[in-house]
Design a protein. Structure first.
Length: 238
């Protein structure tokens, strides 16, 4: 499956944003004019205007009539480190693979960027700490990224290991997006797996990993974590 071609205006926007966010232009600096963009980057006037409008909409530049365009924010995003804090000894962790099934539900095909004629594998796993279940994973993986679907379930206890050994893909190094939210009530079948009572919430983590090389989605995961095992730390490198 080929990666979708990025439109020229989006390529220009990405390049200009990078110039600002990497510090090439500081706050208050005069920025490229429409004419500069047309002449130096070989784009149309419409593309140049669209790019400048988008940067202004995002608060990165300010366009002053009759004066010019100026950088209004030189640092839109700060680099921070977000990390889970485990409340138990990692040596106490165990992973049990509950099932692996083929699926082609339209919602998950869309999340994985698959055609309606394709399918995925859904792998359900439970993590335990000192014998107590605390995480329930539902991983959805495109069919062509499962090399040996008929292996025993234990073969899939580590999805990252499978990607590394079978496809030479280091999942921690690929692009990803993750959201965390409180889930209440927790779905009954998952609450049962996590030994959660009906009046207790869970933390739902939605995680999508995408190949930096091909832009294909490698894995989509829905993770439910017991609330009493959820702790994280945020720090900056400044």
């Amino acid at each position: 499956m080929k990666a979708p071609k990025i439109p020229k205006y989006q390529q220009l926007i990405n390049m200009l944003k990078n110039q600002i966010l990497t510090g090439k232009f500081k706050k208050g600096d005069r920025f490229h004019t429409e004419s500069d963009l047309v002449n130096h980057f070989n784009v149309s006037s419409i593309t140049a205007i669209r790019a400048l409008n988008e940067l202004e909409r995002e608060g990165l530049v300010e366009r002053k009539q009759g004066i010019g365009t100026f950088v209004s924010r030189s640092r839109l995003e700060a680099l921070v480190k977000f990390s889970d804090v485990e409340v138990f000894c990692p040596d106490e962790e165990q992973v049990t693979v509950l099932s692996m099934t083929k699926g082609n539900h339209p919602d998950y095909l869309t999340k994985l960027g698959l055609h309606k004629t394709e399918f995925y594998y859904q792998i359900a796993r439970v993590r335990q700490a000192a014998g107590e279940p605390y995480i329930y994973h539902q991983s959805y993986i495109p069919h062509d990224y499962i090399k040996s679907p008929y292996e025993n379930l234990e073969h899939f206890h580590s999805i990252y290991q499978r990607f590394q050994e079978d496809f030479k893909i280091s999942m921690p190094d690929e692009a990803f997006e993750e959201t965390n939210e409180i889930c209440f009530p927790c779905p009954k079948h998952i609450a049962k797996q996590l030994h959660i009572k009906g009046n207790e919430p869970a933390v739902l983590q939605l995680h999508t990993t995408r190949s930096r090389e091909t832009n294909r989605i490698l894995e989509y995961v829905e993770t439910y974590k017991r609330w009493d095992y959820y702790k994280f730390k945020i720090s900056s490198n400044d």
